[in-house]
Every structure is written in structure tokens, then in C-alpha cells.
Design a protein around this ligand. Structure first.
Ligand SMILES: [Zn+2]
Length: 498
């Protein structure tokens, strides 16, 4: 008889420091077979898992529920209760009817009143599906797998790439472990986790070119060893201030605790040794603008502090405000979230003039700047990304021209990880001297290959790489770089479901 494997998903990356709560309505929800249909042909964890399982021939794949949302602020209490209730409710019909389960999770969710949402889901899942069936999960390299999660799963597969490209491959690794557990009953997953009291941001985390890539390649290379079921490194999302926020190595072996300890400690110690070198260097806002003023361009100002893909609100005007204050002479292209400015632009129509107070409509740390602007164009804000196979829904979107500054004003925050927003609104970033990019890293061909310089600016914001500026209050301390004199005394934790 074919083995039945259940697929489900729940994922969002949260920045605790974004004051705008996420709501249930922000999630794309799929039920039953829709989950698999929605992922068909995509580079996603669920697609990777489904394809691998179906290729086995002796597996029937069934699906219950999936929910996913763009990164944002913590999930509002009632929304979390509804979402978790739906996720668990959708599992109930499968109790006693399946042989294993794979869940596509993120690891950096956070809700009002629940600091470990995925741990809760897994704990409740066991109550519904029982202790016997194997469950594996996938997580982001920016995820934070917790003790509670590890107590209720048999294995976790983590992305091996940043910027992320191996979504499907990660789903495959989680599914491969499931198949092995179902096909070889003697398989006994033993997981070792080594937590590192360090949070890092910056170019050294790019797995192809940075120092962090060495540890990831080492763990990835271990997958050829039959003792290894899964091995990965999480750097956490440093903006998700939860009790177990940290960097960590997670190695799942087939009943080989000693080997798991050995490789996890090797990767963790290497990472710790590199922490100072990996720490991001930012350029002060005033200094960056002064430098750019005398340059030919084009220039990118990276505003990672307001990156919606990391969980920020997208309504920072910090760089533009400084440009206005100092009479910056060049043409500037700037994306910003401001729903009420879009409403006024739509009322006036293309060619109309409006007075817009831009910035700080969501995150009050930014003071709005008043700009007289011409409405250049209006769109519905729906556009496919260049970077990932997904479509963004920014809501009504207006291009406003205010002197030398061209704003793309969105009704809601979406991933701004490439040039797609600009193209969708009839703008070519190459036509501007200065472009503000609200993403910590982009593929080189998007900007870096053709700009004079990419200035990684130290602007304020809820996803600032200047981590001590954020005000963590919940994560374990001491923590590099939030505290001085942090020591690393590795204490491997072992998880096995006996
Ligand atoms: Zn990530």
C-alpha cells in the first residue's frame, strides 16, 4: 500500500521592531489540494518536497493547509489565533490516516502573546497526529529553530544559500529524510544543536562569496555521508526578538550523536571566530550623501533598515529627508509606502499636483516631509518579482515627481528585492543618478554590476544592521554585538524522539 505523506505550510518573517502588526488578511491561504497546485512548477519548499516524494512511486501526497505572508511586524493576537486554529483544524481529518508529514515553515514568526508560534504548531500537531509518525520541517537560514520545535520533529532542513535560491532543494532534503525513515525503519534521527551568542549582518553572509559560505558549504558537503540526515546553519533573523534568537548549527544524524557533535562544533567555532570580520560596515547617512554628491553616478543607497523583505514597514524617508535638507542636486528614485498619499494621487489623477506628507505614515520614528509633487502615473501595484517566482500586491501605486526626486508610492509594503517595482511603473533605474534600494542584498545584475558604488547607509529603521540601535529586550544575553565581552562556551543540545 502506498505511503501517505501530508504536506502543510505556515511561514512569515517578523521584525519585532516594526510597530505595524501583521494581520490574517496579509496571508495567502491555501487549503487541501490547492496547496500543491499553487506550488506546482515553482521553486518552493513544498514543490521540492512534493516532486521528490512523487518520484518515489510508492507515495501518495496529500495536503491540508498553507499560509504565507510577506515579512512584517508581529502577528496580531486574533489573527494568530485564527491562523493557528485553521492550520490545526485542517490536520484533524488526517489523524490516523497518514504515514508521515512535511511542514514548510520559516522559523522567524512571532505573534502577540506567542513568541514561538511554530513551536506551538508542532506541539499541538503531535497531539493531533500522534507521537509515532515522522515529521520533518524546512526553515529559512534566517529562522530560529527552538527547543520546543526540536522536541516535536524528527528533522529540519535549512536553506544552504543566502541570498536564497535553494527553496525546492531544501524541501527535497526534508522529504528525503522522511522517505528514509519510512523505508528503513531502523533509521533513528539524533539531532545536535549548538547555539552561538552572535547576530551578524552584512556582505560576509552571502554564501557564495562571504566567510559564512565556508561553514554552509561544509555542512552541505556532509549530505553525501550516510550518517547525515540533514545539516544546516541558521543566523536567525536578528530583528525577531524572541527568547531563542541566536545563530546556530543544527545537525541531524542517523543515530550518531558523536559525529553530530563533532561537525556542529566545528562549524559553530569557525563562525564564532569570524564574527568580528563578518560584522557589517555601514556608512553614516550624512557622509554617504556628501560622498554621492560629488560622484557621477549611478549610485545605489542601500537602505536595509527599511527592507520590507526583512520585516520593515517600508515608509522610511530617512535618506530622502537628508537629501532634501542638504539640497542634494541629483535625480533620485525612491520607493516609499504611504497609502494616504496614493489616495490623494488617485483623486487628482495623472498630471495633477498634490501636496504629500511622505514618510512615517506607519513607523513614527520618521518625521513626514512635505513635498509638492506631480502625479506621473498610477498602477494597481501588482507585479511579478525578478528575483523570486512570486507576484507582489502593493495595492494602488503612484509615481510622484517632486523636483529632482521621483517617488514610487505604494499602498502597502511588499518585497523590494530587485527592480521589478520600478519596471512595473514605467521607470528604469538606469535613468536616475541615485536609487534607494530597500533590501540588504540584491543579485549583482540588478544594480551592483552597473552602478558606480553601492553605499550601505546607516539609516534608522526597524531592520537596521546596526543591531544595538534596535533595543532587544527578549533574546538571551549577553549577545554579540548587543553586549561587550561575550564569551562562547558551546553546549551542544541533543534531541532524539526515541
Ligand atoms: Zn531569509
Amino acid at each position: 500500500m502506498a505511503k501517505r505523506i501530508l504536506i502543510a505550510g505556515c511561514a512569515q518573517e517578523v521584525s519585532t521592531f516594526n510597530p505595524v502588526p501583521s494581520m490574517y488578511e496579509d496571508f495567502s491561504v491555501f487549503r487541501g489540494d490547492e496547496v500543491i497546485e499553487h506550488n506546482a512548477g515553482k521553486n518552493s519548499e513544498i514543490a521540492g518536497a512534493v516532486n521528490l516524494l512523487r518520484a518515489d512511486g510508492d507515495v501518495e501526497v496529500v495536503a491540508s493547509y498553507s499560509a504565507g505572508a510577506t515579512s512584517a511586524g508581529p502577528l496580531e493576537r486574533g489573527s494568530w489565533e485564527r491562523l493557528s486554529g485553521e492550520f490545526l483544524g485542517a490536520l484533524r481529518p488526517f489523524a490516523g490516516e497518514i504515514d508521515g508529514a512535511f511542514f514548510s515553515l520559516h522559523g522567524s514568526m512571532c505573534a502577540e502573546g506567542e513568541l514561538d508560534p511554530e513551536g506551538y504548531l508542532l506541539e499541538e500537531t503531535r497531539k493531533i497526529l500522534g507521537e509515532e509518525i515522522p515529521i520533518t520541517i524546512s526553515q529559512d537560514i534566517h529562522g530560529i529553530v527552538t527547543a520546543k520545535m526540536l522536541q516535536h520533529i524528527d528533522g529540519v532542513a535549512v536553506y544552504h544559500t543566502y541570498p536564497h535560491v535553494d527553496f525546492a532543494g531544501t524541501g527535497e532534503r526534508a522529504a528525503r529524510q522522511l522517505l528514509r525513515m519510512l523505508n528503513a525503519k531502523s533509521t533513528k534521527p539524533v539531532t545536535v544543536r549548538v547555539q552561538i551568542p552572535a547576530l551578524v549582518r552584512g556582505n560576509q553572509l552571502i554564501t557564495e562569496s562571504g566567510l559564512f559560505g565556508n561553514q554552509v558549504r561544509y555542512l552541505k558537503g556532509l549530505h553525501d555521508d550516510p550518517r547525515i540526515l540533514n545539516a544546516g546553519f541558521q543566523i536567525g533573523n536578528p530583528f525577531t526578538d524572541v527568547p531563542e534568537l541566536c545563530s546556530q548549527v543544527i545537525v541531524v544524524t542517523d543515530n550518531d550523536e558523536e559525529f553530530a557533535r563533532e561537525v556542529a562544533l566545528k562549524a559553530a567555532n569557525e563562525f564564532w571566530g569570524n564574527r568580528l570580520e563578518m560584522h557589517v560596515e555601514l556608512i553614516g547617512l550624512e557622509e554617504a550623501i556628501e560622498q554621492a554628491r560629488g560622484m557621477k553616478g549611478p549610485i545605489v543607497f542601500t537602505d536595509a533598515a527599511d527592507a520590507p523583505s526583512s520585516g520593515a514597514s517600508g515608509d522610511s524617508n530617512a535618506i530622502v529627508a537628508e537629501m532634501v535638507r542638504t539640497g542634494y542636486p541629483h535625480t533620485v528614485l525612491a520607493p516609499i509606502v504611504d497609502a494616504s498619499a496614493v489616495v490623494r494621487a488617485v483623486e487628482k489623477g495623472v498630471g495633477g499636483r498634490i501636496t504629500a506628507r511622505l514618510g512615517g505614515s506607519l513607523d513614527r520614528r520618521f518625521t513626514p516631509i512635505e513635498m509638492e509633487a506631480t502625479v506621473v502615473s498610477i498602477s494597481d501595484g501588482t507585479f511579478p518579482l525578478e528575483k523570486w517566482p512570486s507576484t507582489e500586491h502593493a495595492g494602488p501605486t503612484a509615481v510622484l515627481e517632486a523636483g529632482n526626486i521621483t517617488f514610487v508610492v505604494l499602498s502597502r509594503a511588499v518585497n523590494l528585492v530587485d527592480r521589478a517595482l520600478f519596471y512595473a511603473n514605467g521607470l528604469d533605474p538606469k535613468d536616475f543618478h541615485s536609487i534607494i534600494v530597500k533590501s540588504p542584498h540584491c543579485e549583482p545584475e540588478f544594480f551592483d554590476d552597473w552602478v558606480e558604488i553601492n553605499l550601505n547607509v546607516d539609516a534608522p529603521g526597524s531592520t537596521s544592521a546596526d543591531l544595538p540601535s534596535l533595543g532587544h529586550t527578549i533574546c538571551a544575553r549577553p549577545m554579540f554585538p548587543l553586549d561587550d565581552d561575550v564569551e562562547f562556551n558551546p553546549e551542544p543540545q541533543v534531541y532524539s524522539r526515541g
